[in-house]
Structures are given as C-alpha cells and as structure tokens.
Design a protein around this ligand. Sequence first.
Ligand code: T1G
Length: 695
Amino acid sequence: MTEAVTTTRDGEIAIVTIDNPPVNATSFRVREPLHKLLETLAGDSSVVAIVLTCAGRTFVAGADIAEFGKPAQRPDLRDVIATLEAIQKPTVAAIHGTALGGGLELALGCHFRIADREAKLALPEVKLGLLPGAGGTVRLPRLVGPAMALKMIVSGAPVSADEALASGLADAVSESNLVANAVAFARDRAARGVASVPVRDRTGQIVGADLAAFDAEAAELAKKARGLEAPLACAQSVRNAITLPFDEALAAEREMFVKLVSGDQSRAQRHLFFAEREAARAPGIGKEVAPREIRRAGIIGAGTMGGGIAMAFVNGGVPVTLLEMNREALDRGLAMIEKNYAISVSRGSLSEDAKAERMALFSPTTDYADLAECDLIIEAVFEDMAVKKEVFGKLDVVAKPTAVLATNTSYLDVNEIAASTSRPQDVLGLHFFSPANVMKLLEIVRGEKTAPDVLATVLGVAKRIGKVPVVVNVCHGFVGNRMLSARSDDAENLLLEGASPGEIDQVFTGFGWPMGPFQMYDMAGLDIGWRNRKARGQLAVIADRLCEQGRFGQKTGKGFYRYDNGSRTPVPDPEVAQLIEDSARERGIERRAISAEEIIERMLYPMVNEGTKILEEGIAARASDIDIVWTNGYGFPVGKGGPMFWADLEGLPKIVERLEYWHGRSGKDVFLPSALLKRLAAEGRPLSGYIVATG
Ligand code: T1G
C-alpha cells in the first residue's frame, strides 16, 4: 500500500500530497502522518509556504464515514486542522474534484484555497444526520458570511469553483495545472510577505451580522426538517459562530457533533449511504461483465411517465427518440416537456441555452422504424398486458440486435412480456417513479432470462442519468409496490373501526413522511387503484364508494379530502366522515378511538413483514436494498433508515409479538410473521444487515 501522505519540494515550497483511494477520506491512516508532517514543516525554515493537494480523482471527500461509531483515534481531524491553522507561513489548499465535509474543513484550515475549474465544494454532513464536526460551521461563516454558510451547511449542497470564488471561499480558480498554479500562488504570497491570516481570526463577515434576518431564514429552513435533528443543529452552530467567541463556538459544535454521531438518525443515514453504494452492485454482475454501449435511447409513450423518463435521459446527456401513436399525442408530450424546462429556467436552476440544448436532444416520431437506431428502448405505455405485448412484438421487429428492451411496468409480469419476443435475454423492467425526471429511484427488474451484460448496461445507465438503482427479481408489484400493498392492506379496517383519514395521515407525517397514505392516494388518483381492484376482483369498501361518487382525488377536487378551487391543500370532508360511519354501521362495527401506535402496528409492521417475505423469496438481494427502494422511491424518512433499519430500531421481537396479536384478531395473512422475521428476532440479529446470499 502506498504511503497515505507524502511531501515533495518545489524550491522553498513544500507540496503535501494525500493519497488514500478511493476518495482521500481522512482516516487515521491519513491524519497521523499528516499531523506529524505539518508539525515538521511548520518548524522548517527552508520552507516558506506549503501547498496541500491530493492524488487521484478528488481532493479529500470527508472524514472516513466508516470510522464513525468506532473508538476515536487521535490526532483527530480537529487536531490536524489546529496544527495547520497555526502555521506561520502561507498554506494553500489546491482543490480538484470534490472538497467535501472534513475535506473542505481541512481546506478552511489553510490560509488560501485554489479551486480547479470543475471542482465542487460542500459540507454535506447534514445528509449523514450530522453537522460539520471539525470547525466547518465556525470557519465557513467567517469566509462567506452567515447567510451563505447557513444555506450551504443546512442543505449540504455543493458550490462550484466560480461560486466559491465569488463568495470568498476560494481565492482563485485554476483552469489547468492546478498544483503548479497553487505553488506559484504560495510563492507569490510568501515573497510579498502577505499576511496569512488564519480563517479563525477573520471576523469581517460576521461582525454586525443581521441576527434577525439570520433567525428568520433559519426558522424557514427548520420547517423543512421534518423531525430531522441535524439541520437544526447546523443552524444553531452557524448562529454560535456569529454570536460566540471562536473557541466557544468550536466547542459547542463538537458537543452537538458527538451527540448526533451516536444518535439513531445519523446511524440511519450512514446506513443509507453505504446501502446505496451496495445496491449498485448486483449479485453476479462483476466488473468483468462488459456493458453494451448506449448512445441513444428510445422512449415509447410521451405521457407523464414517458415524458419524465425522456427528460431524465436528456438531462443525463443521452439523446432520445420519443415515440407516440399520433402527432397530437406527441405534440402534447413535447409541450409538457418544454413547459417543465421553462419552469426550471424561471426558477433559475437552468439557463435558456441549456434548455435549448436539451430540447435539441429530442427526436420526436410516430414511426417505430425510427427506433432502429436506439441502443436502449423503454416502453411507458398504458398498464395493460395486451398493450405491452403488442408494443414488444413491434420492437422485436424494428430494434437493432444489440438493443436493450425495457418495460416501465409497475406491476405486470416482466417474464411474460419478455416471452412475447424472440430475445427475452435482452428484456428487463426499468421501473421509474413519478415524476421520473425528479425521483431518484430506479427499480431494475431482472427477468429470469435477462442477460448479465443487459443488467451491467442498465446499472451504468442509471448512474449516468443520476438514478439510484436497485436490482430486484420478478414478483407482483416488485419490492416497492408489493410492500405498499401490505402497508395499506388494513387501512380500510382502521377507518371503519374509528380512525379518520386525517388521523392516519398525521401519524405518517409525524413519523417523518412528506404526506400520509390518503393524501397520497388522492394525489395519485383513486381511479387507478379502483381499476386494479376491479381487474383483480378485489374490494375496498370506502375507496370504491368514493370512486362510485366520482371522487378520484385531487384531479376531481374530491377524494378522501376536499381540494377547494383547484388547490392541492387537503381539507377534511364531513361527507367522507359520514360515508365511513355509514359503512361501519352497515357492518355492525362499533367505532372507537385508535391510537397512533396501533396505526403504526397495523400499517408499518405488515410492511416490514412483507419485506422479510421478499427476502425469503430472493426477490431482493439484501435488506438494505429494500431500505434504498423505500427512501428513494416512497418518501420513507431517511432519519429512520428505511423500513428494515427502522424495524431494528423498533425491535424485531416486539414486531413479531404485535403481528401475532393482530393476526390472532383478524386472521389476515398480512399479519402472519414470516419465518425469517421470527428467526432473526429469536436470534437477536439485525434485519437491516441481512443478505440473502449469506443468510
Ligand atoms: N468515507 C468513507 N468512504 C467513502 C467516503 C467517506 N467520506 N466517501 C466515499 N466513500 C467510498 C464509498 O463508500 C465507495 O466505496 C467509494 O468511496 C466511492 O464512492 C468531520 C463529519 C465523494 C462524491 O459526505 O458523496 O466529513 O462502495 O461510489 O459516485 O465534518 O462518495 O467502492 O466500497 O460514492 O464517484 C462528509 C461522501 C463525510 C461525502 C464520490 N463527506 N461521499 O462519489 O463514488 S462526514 C461526504 C460522496 C465528515 C467532518 C464530517 C461520494 C463522492 P465502495 P462513490 P462517486
């Protein structure tokens, strides 16, 4: 293994290089030699300035997340930064790739920062349920001012090199030869004897800060936290930076960091960090499986899903042939896409030029023959097996031999669709989530005949279009929708027995979900579920009655809630309450008060249980994959780590005991604990670490 920290000289300038692949995280292996070296260079009179840089594809991308929760090893990052900041000669950070978290904090310990043109700088700790723990919340406001620091730290979002320069975070931007430019910069500062003021001593940006404006902005951001502790801690720590002396603010930052790092929320979000990377590794698809080249994608259907999928590809730089049955439908789809981009332009998140460039990547057509030039074709037509088979029959004729053929079905049997072609090995499911240009999750449905290189291809495509892929096998509803059905299986009974849609939804938003199930049904449209139930001969007493009255949700202004004057704000509707009471009376059901715990037990415990059945059947490869599906596709609160991780927090023995209780009362299969759940509970083993292959 190469040395993690080395130094070279360019005359009187010392160049310190960190080399700790893959992302130069500041693990102990880096910190210890770095600390020693900085102490040495500080006292070395032949050195007039120091440049800090990294080998490989990026500057330091943070502290080593894998070290959290383990016994601390000194020097820690704060020790290294304190030594760096105390050096009485110019120190310059040369930043390429990403300077993230502890990496940016290290750079803030330098007197100057030079950023490569393409560099991204951020303090994303909040996404791990943390706050910057090595001085970032105290030093950053001193450079960029409280308002920008608050925004950067509470959102965790990166800034570009230009934004860093404009805000004072960076002192220069380098078009090329970054290290050489940094050495020249350092030499110039040393030669001109420019005072190297440590960031800790720069108060120009914080003295006289408008605290009222700061608190107002912090309060706005806090509203979006939805029960997450880290965003509030971030805001408090930045406030401390402008109201307390440096060392006091630093100590307070540390105290909050130590509390968060040992808390469930950060453990949950760190679980998701590694789970997301694990999910991108499909069993049996190693680096030796060569993906097919994807130069152009074909999308069949320009409706809400097809249009969103097409935008996702174009946003990822992949040209798209967009097919619709007729010109009118095609124009409608293109107009919707254009409108979406126009909204982004009006919000300032996209330039007019970029919009024009993206629109130019669409090749609209009504002719299947034009799909012959596509390397990947995704069908997003009406959710009906006969329609899907007809489309795949046509694709089988026109598509090039090397093309990957995918269906965006959210329920139907991918194997049956594949079997309707002469090339089932080239067919799989690519289940996007609406709006497909926004939602991160991509459920990749592996058919029984899907070839390994087809899977390798779409895993690569997923990364290219900014999606979080999870590979699942075929079953009805795959992972997400199958567990969603289990979650809602007893919902109607909860209404009949005494809960209201509002009460149930409140339990879910209190849990951390963006919205509850009934508000979600109204947003998606009750008619979709109604059509599905009728096709499967199933009943839902209350939902069916609402649909019979034309109450399809937001789109008709009435569903489980009322939506006045086209608004999206749900208003409890006494008519619905009456309908539920009448339905209960007709069934002789005595209504009663239902607690939040009971709602969780009867809706989330069955969902967890269904997840374990999915693992038993090998539909998902890992429990953590299920957590990625739910946190990226269904809004499961990241602070709870997904249904599998949350089940561990809740306690598997309790879940088994309560499921058995509700099974005893209702006799419903959805409450019958799976063998896997019972086994893990009995063995005291965590569910979230369960891997099918190793059992
Ligand atoms: N620690 C440990 N491992 C890390 C890591 C980190 N900080 N960052 C990445 N990895 C691993 C990752 O698991 C994967 O491993 C491999 O590197 C490649 O990553 C005190 C508290 C840098 C933008 O939050 O956002 O500093 O799967 O697949 O898509 O205040 O990684 O190959 O075995 O993601 O090119 C703050 C986290 C830490 C940044 C590159 N930093 N990393 O993305 O590759 S907390 C972060 C990223 C902190 C201080 C605090 C991304 C990336 P494997 P990858 P990528």
